[in-house]
Design a protein around this ligand. Structure first.
Ligand code: NAP
Length: 314
């Protein structure tokens, strides 16, 4: 691995579509960016199989392949990608101090594209079947479940939205919620409730996902938390919609964020509350969370960083 320099004009944290697009643009602007790939190099797309909604790939592309191509494209123009995670930052003065487990470097500008992690139930069978019938993204994977029966886990707005979306493809969508009352907003509850293809299992906790990578999901084992009984609900897919956790913990106290930990950006730009620090992708996106929107915002962050460097003569 190439040794790290003492300081960089642009340091990027995260290597999903946002980070690697920022790297591509910064590299093409001759800024020789450094990308800390983070604990999950390539980001959330590396946990999916076919990606059919990223423009330019009419036959679809596997998520990990798409991310490999993005990395290769950024490296072609001089981006340096390292398999390390940022463990601490100090934004109190410029250049910013960026630490990994065993090194510290200086950054004139810093682009945060560390993403948000979809929460999962934490079952071994769920992890085994991610991309093989278990998904955390209806927009990405719903299309693969035409004429299938699906289970959606969760009781918030995401679960309602995903369930409603999935009825475009599925014959039946069953929402499994751990309580007897939804957390979702009234309007989303109404919309889901009025949809004839959606029904609900209350007080249900998914204990196990049944199936295999060869056959896909065949059902879920649900425990009724009131009666204590367990039973199998047959289905061909399970969507987990229990929220996302933005990977913003190390910025607490240094950058403005909302109550859920998403970074706040300024007025349609990628600027955060600290000059010279920019945010792109899911870390600042509570709404769209798509690979293509993340890539677009990565481009914005690189352009904002480039302008900042020019304006400040860095
Ligand atoms: P959320 O509001 O935090 O809801 C998460 C849901 O998952 C809750 O019902 C929760 O159950 C359940 N849950 C959490 N952990 C679980 C576990 N381990 N096992 C089983 N169930 C679990 O998250 P969200 O739905 O992603 O929404 C996040 C924010 O985005 C909200 O502010 C929401 O309003 C907003 N949003 C809005 C829209 C829209 O308006 N169209 C769409 C999507 C998201 P409990 O209820 O028992 O806690």
């Amino acid at each position: 691995m190439k040794e790290l320099k003492e300081s960089y004009k642009v340091v990027i944290m995260g290597s999903g579509p946002a980070g690697l697009t920022a790297a591509l643009y910064a590299a093409r602007a001759n800024l020789e960016p450094l990308v800390f790939e983070g604990p999950e190099a390539g980001g959330q797309l590396t946990t999916t199989t076919d990606v059919e909604n990223f423009p330019g790939f009419p036959s679809g592309i596997m998520g990990p392949d798409l991310m490999d191509l993005m990395r290769e494209q950024s490296e072609r123009f001089g981006a340096q990608c390292v398999q390390k995670a940022v463990t601490a930052v100090d934004f109190s003065k410029r250049p910013f101090r960026v630490s990994t487990e065993d090194e510290q470097i200086l950054a004139s500008t810093f682009i945060i594209s560390s993403g948000a992690t979809a929460r999962m139930l934490g079952l071994p069978s769920e992890r085994e079947l991610v991309g093989y019938g278990v998904s955390t993204c209806a927009t990405c994977d719903g299309f693969f479940f035409r004429d299938k029966e699906l289970v959606v886990v969760g009781g918030g707005d995401s679960a309602m939205e995903e369930s409603i979306f999935l009825t475009k493809f599925a014959t039946r969508v069953t929402v499994v919620h751990r309580r007897d009352k939804l957390r979702a907003s009234v309007i989303m509850q109404q919309r889901a409730g009025e949809n004839e293809k959606i029904d609900f299992i209350w007080n249900g906790v998914v204990e196990d996902v049944l199936g295999s990578r060869e056959d896909g999901v065949t059902g879920v084992r649900i425990k009724d938390v009131v009666t204590g009984e367990s039973y199998v609900k047959e289905c061909q897919g399970m969507f987990v919609a229990i929220g996302h956790t933005p990977n913003s913990g190390i910025f607490r106290g240094q950058l403005e964020m909302d109550d859920n930990g998403y970074l706040i950006t300024n007025n349609g730009t990628s600027e955060t509350s600290v000059a010279g620090v920019f945010a792109a992708g899911d870390i600042q996106d509570t709404r769209y969370k798509q690979a293509i929107t993340a890539a677009g915002s990565g481009c914005m962050a690189a352009m904002d960083a480039e302008r900042f460097i020019e304006e400040h003569g860095l």
